[in-house]
Design a protein around this ligand. Structure first.
Ligand SMILES: CC(C)(COP(=O)([O-])OP(=O)([O-])OC[C@H]1O[C@@H](n2cnc3c(N)ncnc32)[C@H](O)[C@@H]1OP(=O)([O-])[O-])[C@@H](O)C(=O)NCCC(=O)NCCSC(=O)C[C@@](C)(O)CC(=O)[O-]
Length: 299
């Protein structure tokens, strides 16, 4: 398969990246991060989550963040919604696109959203209905597609029917999440072969955490499978509160560097993206998780 000429990056740093941070991060710092990403030319930014603050305290101020970010036309500013309550809160905050999140492993589903996989899909049904009524687009996530922190191995055959169900319910795209980063390029290719037989590849995205250092290789394997949308996190921020030891997503700067090297367009300015990552890393008081950003800083 030939490589695409254009890839869409879904920047999840402000949500997936920050949700696991123990230290308080001010609304102003979150707003600054989103605005910096807008200025860098990112076309899709996941800004926050309308989840229970008891479960994920760091996302509690998401409505305040939405109220203060500088929204530019043509850019999607999205949020997670686990249930109808979350969807309604997102709607009240002016959110135009939400993401629902399921898991490929029963154990992870219970730890993350306190219900079984099938119950989670039932919970999404009223969200899909309300979203249709309000003209809100819905993206779907599936976690643990290449391994689960509680159950271990997850087969692609477990992922495919959930992806198909999310699509049938009305998700315009389903992002397959390697939550604990154990996936390898071989397993990634097989995953997209199996899931791609049930859901068109143009409606699938890759979401790779870099815990085992495989994320960029998995992106490349996905490109070879015809996948054109990837989630990433500026400065490699992140980890999942319900996957102990999981590190951040593939760093957006490193992903962009890879894509630029392949001649693939994204519309994003690498220097500005690096600046955005350096600024939030300074707020967090640690070095950027992006190797490209660190290499540039050392020059
Ligand atoms: C789904 C629930 C709410 C179920 O949690 P529950 O305890 O079963 O829910 P409940 O309906 O029994 O409600 C319990 C309390 O939460 C409140 N509540 C209920 N819903 C909401 C809401 N939407 N917003 C705010 N508050 C809410 C509700 O009002 C009540 O408050 P109380 O009466 O105790 O004061 C909970 O488990 C939850 O919020 N989980 C979120 C977990 C999460 O955000 N995980 C991280 C995101 S997923 C991820 O990172 C993976 C991904 C997407 O990146 C891909 C990958 O890497 O794999």
């Amino acid at each position: 398969m030939s490589l695409p000429t254009h890839v869409r990056l879904v920047e999840v740093g402000p949500r997936d990246g920050l949700q696991n941070e123990a230290q308080p991060i001010s609304v102003a710092d979150k707003v600054r991060l989103v605005d910096d990403l807008t200025d860098a030319g990112v076309s899709y930014i996941e800004v926050g989550s309308f989840v229970s603050p008891k479960w994920v305290p760091q996302m509690a101020g998401s409505a305040d963040v939405f109220a203060s970010i500088r929204q530019q036309p043509g850019i999607t500013y999205a949020a997670l919604a686990p249930n109808l309550r979350g969807f309604e809160d997102a709607l009240a905050a002016g959110v135009k696109e939400v993401a629902v999140f399921a898991a490929a492993s029963e154990a992870f589903s219970q730890r993350n959203i306190n219900c079984s996989i099938s119950e989670s899909l039932q919970r999404f049904a009223p969200i899909m209905q309300a979203a249709r009524e309000h003209g809100v687009k819905v993206r779907g996530y599936i976690s643990c597609v290449l391994g689960c922190p509680y159950q271990g191995q997850v087969d692609a055959e477990q992922v495919a029917p959930i992806a198909r169900e999310l699509r049938d319910m009305g998700c315009y795209e389903v992002s397959l999440g390697d939550t604990i980063g154990t996936g390898t390029p071989g397993a990634t290719r097989r995953l997209f072969e199996v899931v791609g037989a049930q859901v068109p590849r143009a409606e699938l995205a890759g979401h790779f955490h870099d815990t085992y250092g495989q994320a960029l290789a998995n992106v490349y394997a996905s490109l070879l499978e015809g996948i054109n949308v990837f989630d990433s996190s500026v400065a490699g921020l992140g980890g999942c509160p319900y996957a102990k030891g999981a590190s951040g997503n593939v760093a957006s700067e490193d992903l962009l560097y890879l894509l630029q090297g392949l001649g693939i367009e994204t519309g994003i300015d690498l220097d500005k993206l690096i600046d955005a990552g350096q600024r939030i890393s300074a707020v967090l008081g640690r070095a950027s998780g992006s190797r490209v950003a660190r290499a540039r800083a050392a020059r």
